[in-house]
Design a protein around this ligand. Structure first.
Ligand SMILES: *[C@@H]1O[C@H](CO)[C@@H](O)[C@H](O)[C@H]1NC(C)=O
Ligand SMILES: [Ca+2]
Ligand SMILES: [Ca+2]
Length: 294
């Protein structure tokens, strides 16, 4: 039941602007992110755990098998029934390194994601709590506005990066089956084509040229990434929450991240549909193919 998403973030260092967010479950995803290194490996798993799950295994402590979402802890009431209550932020382990800090959409730095979610939980039901989301990994910082020119460069690098992520997955994927056989076949082609453009720093001109020349090579990686993110639920749309595993570690490094994903949502319904996603990455409409996502 585990879906592992491994992102290798190899984008050049730049950062970004402040967004407005919505969903709730972002939390679970972000908690799973080991951060602070570049390349960053992001593992997202067990979204099922976002929901409070009660298992029917009898045990002394009813809380043992009672899972609470981030920001909550299990307590038993008078009748020994487990329930989830907001965690007191002061019970969160103190962070030991700066990269454990997170920045909220209130532009406040929280000591750790535990502190963030505990704080958010305490605000549950209030307007402030509804608006508060984890924005990005690391302490809040000044994020330069993304200017039009830079925004245009962003998909060039992002596309190249997606392709490289897939190729490195393919190279490592001997027995852990992160890619299906069908996917492997597709990536194999890209892999063999890699000789044309090795992973690494490339000038934007080169990336633009390669996209034109080897356009077909980019179709699958763009679809694949969409499928990795579109999991909760799998419906052909990315919510803010679903986008979080990609977005949150990226924002401090790429200051056009927020603007890029905002403008992807061309119909402004707060969801990025596959067509919108593909369009953002420069794929032609006729190349959008739902079957490539699965
Ligand atoms: C957010 O906080 C950082 C660090 O305190 C500050 O440099 C930055 O200007 C703030 N950003 C906004 C949008 O207020
Ligand atoms: Ca979805
Ligand atoms: Ca949309």
């Amino acid at each position: 039941m585990q879906v592992w998403i491994v992102f290798l973030l190899c984008l050049g260092g730049k950062a970004l602007a402040a967004p407005a967010t919505e969903d709730e479950v972002i939390d679970e995803v972000l908690e799973e992110l080991p951060v602070g290194s570049n390349p960053v490996q992001v593992e997202t798993g067990e979204f099922d755990e976002a929901i409070e799950v009660e298992e029917e295994i009898p045990s002394e402590n009813p809380c043992l098998n009672h899972h609470c979402k981030k920001g909550k802890v299990c307590e038993v009431d008078e009748s020994n029934t487990p329930m989830c209550v907001c965690q007191d932020p002061s019970t969160c382990p103190a962070s030991t390194a700066e990269f454990e800090h997170v920045c909220g959409t209130d532009n406040k730095t929280y000591d750790s994601s535990c502190h963030f979610f505990a704080t958010k939980c305490a605000l549950e039901g209030t307007k402030k709590g509804h608006k508060l989301h984890l924005d990005y990994i690391g302490p809040c910082k000044f994020i330069a506005p993304c200017i039009d020119n830079e925004l245009n460069e962003f998909p060039l690098r992002m596309r190249d990066w997606l392709k490289n992520v897939l190729v490195s997955l393919y190279e490592r994927d001997e027995d852990n089956n992160m890619l299906s056989e069908k996917q492997k076949l597709r990536v194999k082609k890209i892999f063999e084509n890699q000789k044309r453009l090795q992973a690494g720093e490339h000038s934007l001109d080169l990336l633009a040229h390669d996209f034109e020349k080897n356009y077909n090579m980019y179709i699958f990686p763009v679809h694949w990434q969409f499928g990795q993110l579109d999991q909760h639920p799998i419906d052909g749309y990315l919510s803010h929450t679903e986008l979080a595993p990609l977005r949150a570690p990226l924002i401090p490094m790429e200051h056009c991240t927020t603007r890029f994903f905002d403008q992807c949502d061309t119909d402004n319904d707060k969801y990025i549909a596959l067509e919108e996603w593909a369009g953002c990455f420069g794929l032609k409409e006729q190349d959008v193919d739902k079957d490539l996502v699965i």
